[in-house]
Design a protein. Structure first.
Length: 213
DNA sequence: GCTATCCGCCGGTATTGTCA
DNA sequence: TGACAATACCGGCGGATAGC
C-alpha cells in the first residue's frame, strides 16, 4: 500500500508532532477538543453488519477510483459504495469526509464548490498516478464488493450458521447438565467437534486464498 | 516465549448547518 | 420541515513494547 495513513486532523490540540491525535491516551480528557465544551458527537461503538469491509488504505483507493470515473461530492460517494455492495456496506460520513480532505491535502484530489454549496472532488494527475500504482488493490476491492453482493443475494447464510451453533450449544448443555455422557461418549463428541473445526478451517482457508488472488 | 498494557488509527454514531 | 452535507467525538482493534 503506497498511500500513507495519516491521522484525521480536526485541528485537535492533542495532536503529536506528526499530526496524530492522541485520543488513545484518554478519551475523557479529549472531550471538548473543539473548545466550547459543547457536546457534539455521541459515537457509541460499531454498528451492526460488516465492521470493516476494507483493509487499511483500501477505502482511499476506492474513493480515488470512484472519483476517477466521475467527479463526485461526499454524499454521492457514500451512495456509490452503498450501491456497489448492494447496501451491505455503507461507509459513514465520518469516514468519507476526512478521507476526502486527506486525499486533497495529499494532492490526489482537488475540490471545487458547485451548486448548493457542495464540495465536488475530482482526480488530479498525482491522484491518477496513485491509482495506477494501486490497480491491483483496486481490483481486489471490487472483487470484495462483488462477493458482498453475492452474499447479499444468496440469502442469509450467517443466520443459518447462528441457528446451527445455537442448536449445538443447547444439545451439549442439555446432555452435560443431565450428566448423561460417559467417558467414551465425551471422547466421541470431542472428536466430532475437532473434525468439524478442521473442515471449517479448510473452507476459511479457501476463502482467504481466493481473496488474495 | 507469553502476557499485559499502551496508544495510533480507523470508522462508527450523533449532531449541526444549509438549502429547497 | 425534511433531506442532504459536513463536522465532532469516541469505541474498539491490533501492532508495538514492556515486564515476567
Amino acid at each position: 500500500m503506497q498511500i500513507h495513513s495519516f491521522r484525521h486532523n480536526y485541528n485537535c490540540p492533542h495532536t503529536d508532532d506528526h499530526g496524530h491525535c492522541r485520543h488513545g491516551q484518554s478519551h475523557e480528557k479529549h472531550q471538548g477538543c473543539q473548545g466550547e465544551g459543547k457536546h457534539r458527537g455521541r459515537g457509541r461503538g460499531r454498528g451492526k453488519g460488516l465492521r470493516r469491509l476494507f483493509d487499511h488504505g483500501d477505502l482511499h483507493i476506492m474513493v480515488l477510483s470512484l472519483v476517477a470515473k466521475k467527479p463526485s461530492y461526499g454524499y454521492e460517494i457514500i451512495k456509490h459504495i452503498e450501491e456497489a455492495s448492494s447496501g451491505l456496506y455503507i461507509p459513514s460520513p465520518g469516514v468519507i469526509y476526512p478521507t476526502l480532505t486527506l486525499l486533497e491535502e495529499q494532492g490526489f484530489l482537488e475540490s471545487e464548490i458547485v451548486e448548493r454549496n457542495r464540495k465536488s472532488f475530482r482526480l488530479t494527475a498525482e491522484g491518477q498516478q496513485q491509482l495506477d500504482a494501486n490497480r491491483e488493490t483496486e481490483q481486489i476491492i471490487f472483487r470484495k464488493l462483488a462477493k458482498a453482493r453475492d452474499l447479499q443475494q444468496g440469502g442469509n447464510l450467517s443466520e443459518d450458521i447462528e441457528m446451527a451453533v445455537h442448536r449445538f450449544k443447547a444439545l451439549l448443555r442439555h446432555k452435560m447438565v443431565l450428566k448423561q455422557l460417559n467417558e467414551q461418549q465425551t471422547q466421541q463428541i470431542a472428536a466430532i467437534i475437532n473434525d468439524a473445526i478442521k473442515q471449517i478451517e479448510q473452507v476459511n482457508t479457501l476463502l482467504t486464498a481466493s481473496d488474495n488472488d
